[in-house]
Design a binder for this molecule. Structure first.
Ligand SMILES: [Fe+2]
Ligand SMILES: [Fe+2]
Length: 364
């Protein structure tokens, strides 16, 4: 078994090699705080490196994923330009749940078919098996059909999350980019859609970065992600040129699946099926604490999954709503202010959510 030896009793100045070893120990501490804290009490210790959740990369090349850059210049910190809206714990538990929008026309049915087809492929690729019991009452039967024997673990969930999030960040960027270019070349207003779409892509990337802090993909997974992005980006690009409305519906259905996935993962954590994640010593990445502004005492894996699920529910609502609008002339209802502000209307938060999207006549 690969082990890192660190001699803290050495009087030698810290060389690059030693500092690299120390950072590896720090990385181990990050994943297994109790393990390394006790180990570091000894002058000469042998610390097991953290077992990565899934990877085909050799252990010797384990490193901290995107460590914070060391700034030797005037910058103290680089904050996000898109701060995450505050989600209350109560809202995330009460107002976020799996829901399905019934397809209303051929375009909707095509979008749903594509999502189900992709889901089948992803389930196959990520070895997803689950005993889906509780969402049955609120979902359509297809989304939870095929109840299987329980087969998920922390590592399998991470494979699924990383694969899904690497794909989920694509549509918002493609749609935002195409609307941006359309506005430039046709010299027309965009009516506020671009920012929401780009922000969605940014939010999905934050999901991905958070999970990457917990597991480093090996070459096989990287290859799968590369292939998926190559196909999905181009597919999305061409499809959005042909029918943006169908694409937003497609993303709406995709996000329904994301809400379902995270609902099931949360249930697994709550029912104690994922002991590593319900371990009181488990720490969610600092990056996540900062991005979601997670309050002290609410920084467990379950809390993190609640935030991410709420984000997915928001994407579901946004895209189903955009799919209901006139793509050319309607303003983005999620950044608009309303004549009657007392009436519930679309917003960035989750106070008033419509899981299956706002109908056009309700918001325009
Ligand atoms: Fe996501
Ligand atoms: Fe999403």
């Amino acid at each position: 078994m690969y082990a890192t030896r660190v001699s803290l009793s050495s009087k030698l100045p810290i060389t690059k090699q030693v500092s690299a070893q120390l950072s590896r120990v720090a990385a181990a501490h990050y994943a297994f705080p109790t393990c390394t804290a006790s180990a570091l009490q000894h002058a000469s210790v042998t610390t097991p490196s953290p077992r990565r959740e899934f990877s085909s990369t050799s252990r010797a090349s384990l490193r901290e994923f995107f460590p914070e850059p060391e700034h030797n210049h005037a910058i103290r910190r680089t904050d996000t330009a898109w701060p995450h809206p505050e989600f209350s714990a109560e809202d995330m538990q009460k107002k976020i749940f799996f829901a399905h929008r019934d397809p209303k026309d051929l375009s909707d049915r095509f979008a749903l078919f594509m999502v189900r087809f992709l889901r089948w492929g992803t389930d196959l690729a990520t070895g997803y098996k689950h005993n889906v019991e509780s969402p049955k009452t609120v979902s359509d039967s297809n989304a939870v059909a095929g109840t299987k024997a329980y087969g998920m673990s922390e590592s399998k969930w991470l494979v699924r999350f990383i694969f899904l999030e690497s794909v989920a960040g694509v549509p918002g960027m493609v749609a935002g980019m195409l609307r941006h270019l359309h506005s430039l070349r046709r010299m027309k207003r965009d009516n506020g859609w671009i920012e929401t779409l780009l922000e969605e892509a940014y939010n999905e990337r934050m999901h991905l970065l958070t999970f990457l802090k917990m597991a480093e993909p090996g070459w096989f997974m990287r290859f799968m992600i590369l292939g998926a992005q190559g196909v999905f980006f181009n597919g999305m690009f061409l499809s959005y040129l042909v029918s943006p409305r169908t694409c937003h519906r497609f993303v709406g259905y995709l996000e329904e699946e994301a809400v379902l996935t995270y609902t099931l993962a949360i249930q697994d954590v709550e029912s104690g099926k994922l002991p590593k994640w319900s371990d009181p010593n488990f720490r969610v990445p600092d990056l996540a604490v900062k991005y979601w502004n997670m309050p002290e005492g609410s920084r467990t894996m379950r809390d993190l999954l609640l935030y991410i699920r709420a984000d997915e529910a928001k994407h579901r609502e946004v895209n189903h709503t955009l799919g209901n609008l006139d793509q050319k002339v309607d303003p983005n209802p999620f950044v608009s202010s309303y004549k009657d502000e007392t009436k519930p209307h679309p917003s960035k938060g989750i106070e008033h959510t419509k899981p299956t999207g706002w109908e056009r006549e309700d918001v325009i």
